[in-house]
Write a protein that binds this ligand. Structure first.
Ligand code: PLP
Length: 411
């Protein structure tokens, strides 16, 4: 019998899958908690969690059981009707967040498309048809569908995709003066990430978020948060908005919400409850019973295992360890530490190759990702322990120590 290897599986993958991803040459086939196994049986410590998605760890037995049971009872009826699991999930989210109503979809991009449409349609419904401008921040990431891509203010993602959606503007992230200058009677909404995840794990200051809320209120514009990466416990609060106390008019969620099962959501404050009238927006799979049952199981696991609290506690430990690495004068490849809770990063100093360092960390059996081109990002399952973080950082430190300066032109 031919042995399945990573190499043969990668060749098989490249033969049939489009080349739009830069997937590393690992093929995983099993997971448990914070560990993944590749097709050759080699185990890895997963500090990436499918980019902040696998919130309760791989194959949590309660989540697995909930999905299996729901699959045997009811999966999908479409939004021509209601289903019981969708109602229960919305009730749970209403009780845990500042939002009074929810809309469900299937991904982060879809949730952000919803924010965009919700903002424009809200003003249209209120007779302010000139309010169509959507403002987002430079360095942001909101997804890859055309609306979300236009909101994503990073040219590399937009290359070759023009024409983009009209009337979307970008401001420098963290710059209050720019908000004052740009938000006006034509602005439909300002949409920000509390921490720019893909942009390099860059946190907005509470003062910036408070100023943003005030400026939007004064101008009659909506203020919305994209919590696709930061939401659902990732930063040590159920939503990252809790750190600043700033309540947006609407908020996008996805990633960790169903522990790996595709689901997105938008929560709205009362002001927006009537802004998407019947027929104005929708998606076939949105709020299907199977995805909602998975999300309900995730919430039960959060409560019983105190995973949001764990994200804060272990996240503080991770942050302190990253600070120490960044401050270590014998590690010139490590620049600065950043992030909140279990969304953390350490930037790689210029002159070193972040891609080579991440590849070396992976060779040492630990999975982390790169954000913003130069930042080693840590977004582990929220059940990660200090011992697992310590184990992972041993590999990270070794790779940073082994990193050599890349030749720069003229050197
Ligand atoms: N918004 C943020 C803040 C994200 O980090 C991402 C994905 O990384 C998205 C939106 C897009 O989510 P999805 O890939 O599920 O469409």
């Amino acid at each position: 019998m031919t042995r399945i290897t990573n190499e043969s599986s990668v060749s098989a993958a490249r033969a049939v899958l489009l080349g739009n991803y830069r997937s590393a040459p690992f093929v995983f086939s099993e997971g448990q908690g914070c560990r993944l196994k590749d097709v050759e049986g080699k185990s890895y410590l997963d500090l990436c969690a499918g980019i902040a998605v696998v919130s309760v760890g791989h194959c949590h037995p309660e989540l697995t059981r909930a999905i299996a049971e729901q699959a045997g009872r009811l999966m999908h009826v479409s939004n021509l009707f209601f289903n019981d699991r969708c109602i229960e999930l919305a009730q749970e989210l209403v009780s845990r967040t500042p939002f009074s109503k929810f809309f469900f979809c299937n991904s982060g991009a879809e949730a952000n498309e919803t924010l965009l449409k919700l903002a424009r349609r809200h003003h249209y419904e209120h007779g302010a048809k000139q309010r169509t401008t959507i403002i987002t921040a430079q360095g942001s990431f909101h997804g890859r569908s055309m609306g979300a891509l236009t909101m994503t203010a990073q040219p590399k993602y937009q290359e070759g995709m023009a024409p983009l959606v009209g009337d979307v503007e970008h401001v420098p992230f963290g710059d209050v003066a720019a908000l004052r200058q740009r938000i006006n009677e034509r602005t439909a909404a300002l949409i920000l990430e509390p921490v720019q995840g893909e942009g390099g794990v860059v946190a907005a200051s509470p003062e910036y978020l408070r100023a943003a809320r005030e400026i939007c209120d004064a101008a009659g514009a909506l203020f919305m948060l994209d919590e696709v990466q930061t939401g659902y416990g990732r930063t040590g609060r159920f939503l990252a908005q809790a750190w600043s106390g700033v309540v947006p008019d609407a908020c996008a969620l996805a990633k960790g919400i169903a522990g790996g099962f595709p689901l997105g959501a938008v929560g709205v404050r009362p002001v927006l409850e009537k802004s998407l009238p019947p027929g104005s927006h929708g998606t076939t799979y949105g709020g299907n019973a199977l995805a909602c049952a998975a999300a309900l199981a995730v919430l039960r696991i959060f409560d019983r295992e105190k995973l949001v609290e764990n994200a804060e506690r272990v996240g503080t430990y991770l942050g302190a360890r990253l600070e120490a690495l960044a401050a270590d004068a014998t590690l010139p490849a490590a620049a600065d530490a950043r992030g909140i809770g279990l969304l953390r990063g350490i930037s790689v100093a210029s002159g070193f190759d972040p891609g080579a360092i991440v590849a070396d960390i992976r060779k040492r059996g630990v999975l982390v990702s790169i954000a913003g081109g130069t930042v080693l990002r840590f977004s582990p399952p929220l059940c990660v322990t200090e011992a697992e973080i310590a184990e992972g950082l041993t590999a990270v430190e070794a790779a940073l120590r082994a990193a050599t300066r890349v030749a720069t032109p003229g050197s």
